[in-house]
Design a protein around this ligand. Structure first.
Ligand code: ZN
Length: 261
């Protein structure tokens, strides 16, 4: 499916970290010790020769504080501003899912009217935002919703040369993974929040966060799929949105670019 739409594939994928939250590791991977752990909050930029596709949109300080629940956690204003500029410059915007740390930078942007016409959400993502948003601030007005492109697909959809959307409901109803096949032939799978740490994929162990309500059978199926891919597909790098250790490792190994261009 990645070769279905003709055209040159992207050359690289960049990551940026715009905030952190501090949660012990047992929340991300059931069974691991309650040792200190940094969860990165990230967005991705897929780079073509003639433009970029953004995956996830960052979030403003108010949404960040919601996640902090009264605890002041690191927020990198310059990086957040860089995400906003990258959204403005992008040819298209998609999101892994409809939680505030992934879509807040779109919904709450002062430039929403400019960003919306190049944003493609799934029907499930928009339905959640309209009917059961993670927080009331994420609910778009009907006028805002009407400006967005909304698509629906069953299992997977070719989105652009080298990019395929893969439906992955569970963490949220509108969760999807983004598969990328680069010009080099290297493959990446932006897995969003199906897991919160790559150890969850390696150990095939789900989250243990009581505030997250996820259908266990869907999560087990998706985690099991990622676990099998990780063992079998040596050309594929699975990218976990909130895994700070993996982010550093992938940048060091040249799998992800450090920051946006
Ligand atoms: Zn998240």
């Amino acid at each position: 499916m990645a070769t279905l739409i003709p055209g040159p594939h992207p050359s690289r994928v960049n990551v940026i970290k715009f905030a952190e939250s501090r949660r012990t590791k047992n929340f991300a991977v059931k069974g691991l010790a309650a040792e200190p752990s940094v969860q990165a909050r990230t967005a991705y930029q897929i780079v073509f020769s003639d433009g970029t596709v953004m995956v996830d949109t960052g979030m403003d300080l108010a949404i960040h504080r919601f996640f902090g629940r009264g605890v002041e956690e690191p927020y990198f204003s310059e990086s957040a501003a860089r995400v906003a500029r990258a959204l403005a410059d992008a040819k298209a915007i998609i999101v892994t899912h409809e939680h505030g740390d992934h879509i807040g930078g779109l919904i709450r942007s002062a430039s929403f009217a400019e960003l919306a016409p190049k944003t493609v959400l799934t029907r499930a993502q928009l339905d959640t935002l309209m009917n059961a948003p993670q927080m009331p601030e994420l609910r778009p007005t009907r006028e805002m919703a009407a400006r967005l492109h909304v698509v629906d697909y069953v299992e997977a959809m070719a989105f652009a040369p080298g990019i395929v959307l893969i439906k992955a409901p569970g963490h949220t109803p509108g969760s999807q993974m983004v598969y990328v096949m680069l010009q080099s032939g290297k493959e990446l799978l932006l897995a969003g929040d199906v897991a919160w740490h790559m150890d969850g994929v390696r150990l095939n162990a789900g989250k243990d966060a009581p505030w997250i309500k996820q259908p266990p059978e869907l999560m087990a199926a998706e985690l099991g799929w990622l676990n099998g891919l990780d063992r079998a597909e040596k050309n594929l790098s699975i990218v976990i949105s909130h895994d700070e250790e993996q982010r550093r490792d992938y940048i060091a190994r040249g799998i992800l670019g450090d920051g946006f261009e």
